[in-house]
Each structure stands twice: as C-alpha cells, then as structure tokens.
Design a protein. Structure first.
Length: 102
C-alpha cells in the first residue's frame, strides 16, 4: 500500500503474500495468450510466475519490502516499528505548485 518508491517507511509481508500488480493467473493469461488451450502449460506458467514475481522473498531480495515476517509476530513488529517512528520529523521537498483540481 505504501511502497518504498512512495516514501513508505517500513514494509513487511507475510510468507503467503503475493507481491504483484495483478494475480498470477490473470498475468499469465495475458503474457501467454497463445497457450490458453493447454491447461498444463498455463499451470506451469502460473507456478513460474508465482515463484519469480509474486513471491515476497523475491521482493525482499530486491529491497521492495524490509522483511518477511511470520503472522504470529505481526503485532510485535508493527508496535516496534511505530515506536521507532514516533519521533520522526518529516521534511517534504518544496513544491512550486500544489495539486490543482483537473
């Protein structure tokens, strides 16, 4: 919801998280449209896509998230992160113009 690219402070994911723009099945149906008639090929492509792109461990390797945490430790990690950020002083860059309604 608030990635590093949009100045998110901390990003955590559970091991079951899917970090991708869209689901693996939908993406595979677009990328491998020529194989739609073969369910075995589609299933293989979905597995490959989930392993290489929708995997939180790959996202952590690339620095998109800070850590992959277990669900039972979520409360502790979020509380620790909020305590760390309680005195954060945000300095936004100067902007010449505000957001104009279009």
């Amino acid at each position: 919801m608030a990635p590093k690219h949009l100045r998110g402070d901390l990003n955590y994911a559970w091991p079951s998280a899917q970090i991708a723009v869209m689901g693996a099945k939908g993406a595979v149906e677009i990328l491998y449209r020529k194989d739609l008639g073969d369910p075995e090929k589609i299933a293989r492509h979905v597995g490959t896509y989930e392993k290489n792109f929708a995997n939180p461990f790959k996202a952590a390797e690339k620095g998109y998230i800070d850590d992959v945490i277990m669900p039972h430790s979520t409360r502790k990690r979020v509380c620790r992160a909020l305590a760390m950020l309680k005195d954060k002083d945000l300095k936004n860059p100067w902007k010449k113009h505000g957001n104009m309604p279009l």
